[in-house]
Write a protein that binds this ligand. Structure first.
Ligand code: PBG
Length: 330
């Protein structure tokens, strides 16, 4: 028999009540955000095949969903628009009566207490599926023109704020985009509208199902000239520092599960409200395994959500938000 010193960690693990008493990390509905997809039409609930339980909703259906989200105690939704028409200039992204603008007005009118966060990006609105204006570079390759894109992003953000968005969330990864958005929001009088920046967003295979959901698969090339190389952690910290300097109020790491080292570093380094976006691929792979009976979805989701919080995330953007809120209440 080994002799134990005074400390014997297992003492506090013996029963569920003891474990509950000393648990360091607790999940609540307070930090949850549910992403929702809105499309034109009426009475539309189009299942997204690769993301079971998620739908493209018309505005009337979105309003119903907003009510149920609010009733579950989830404080916020994150809206993505799927427009009727796409073009090279992403006109639908900043149209006064664009799909997201219309959706924001409807949700804020019906459920004013629910925070509406809008995704600010062009990829759902461009015919080519890239996040900005595409130009041919000197070397002949097609690429997104960073600076020309900034103006569109700022216009989109202002149009969202005008429609009533509570927070705008640029996800494009253009340099200078937070500054451009902050400047135009302030000019338009929206000095109190916070910016949640997708500060460290990686070029990731985990976005696969989302591109189905948002119909935003790039028609040529990929996003590696603007989204980050997932091999780089120090660079992620520089991106976050830059977005904070430009005026970001909340910073995000995305995807979440494979990037928790960065969540911890961002939280410790900056002490800012830190969000993780648990993206479509993280969701779909668990769903698929659960469907096969290989994993217990509820147990896995609890473990994943706890890991996000333990890593330092204050805000968790997740397609499981409603399930988590329901499970917490049960
Ligand atoms: C881009 C955007 C993407 C996601 C959110 N905003 C996709 C991309 O960069 O290709 C991914 C979200 C997810 O996978 O759940 N506007």
């Amino acid at each position: 028999m080994p002799q134990f010193p005074v400390a014997r960690p297992r003492r506090l693990r013996a029963t569920a009540a003891l474990r509950r008493l000393v648990r360091e990390t607790r999940i609540t509905a307070d930090g949850l955000v549910l992403p929702l997809f809105v499309r034109p039409g009426k009475g539309v609930r189009k299942l997204i095949a690769s993301m079971p339980g998620n739908f493209q909703l018309s505005v009337d259906e979105l309003v119903k969903e907003a009510h149920s989200v609010h009733k579950l105690g989830i404080p916020a939704v994150l809206l993505f628009g799927i427009p009727d028409k796409k073009d090279e200039k992403a006109s639908g992204a900043y149209a006064k009566h664009g799909i997201v603008q219309t959706a924001v007005r409807a949700v804020k009118a019906a459920v004013p207490e629910l925070l509406v966060i809008t995704d600010v990006c062009n990829c759902e609105y461009t015919s080519h599926g890239h996040c900005g204006i595409v130009r041919r570079r000197r070397d002949g390759a097609l690429d997104v023109d960073n600076d020309a894109t900034l103006e569109l992003l700022a216009k989109s953000a202002v149009s969202h704020a005008e429609a009533g968005a509570d927070i705008v969330a640029p996800s494009d990864m253009m340099d200078g985009c937070v500054a451009a958005i902050r400047r135009e929001l302030d000019k338009a009088g929206f000095t109190n509208t916070p910016v949640m920046s997708y500060a460290a967003k990686f070029a990731s295979g985990f976005y696969g199902p989302f591109r189905d959901a948002a119909e935003s698969l790039p028609q040529f090339g990929d996003r590696r000239s603007y989204q980050m190389d997932y091999a780089n952690g120090d660079e992620a910290l520089r991106e976050v520092a830059q977005d904070i300097a430009e005026g970001a109020d909340i910073v995000m790491v995305k995807p979440a599960l494979a990037y928790l080292d960065l969540v911890r570093r961002v939280k410790e380094r900056f002490g800012y409200p830190t969000a993780v976006y648990s993206v479509s691929g993280e969701f779909s792979m668990v769903k698929a395994a659960a469907k096969n009976g290989w994993l217990d979805e509820r147990a896995i989701v609890r473990e994943i959500m706890t890991a996000f919080r333990r890593a330092g995330a204050d805000i968790i953007i997740t397609y499981w938000a409603k399930d988590v809120a329901r499970w917490l209440a049960a």
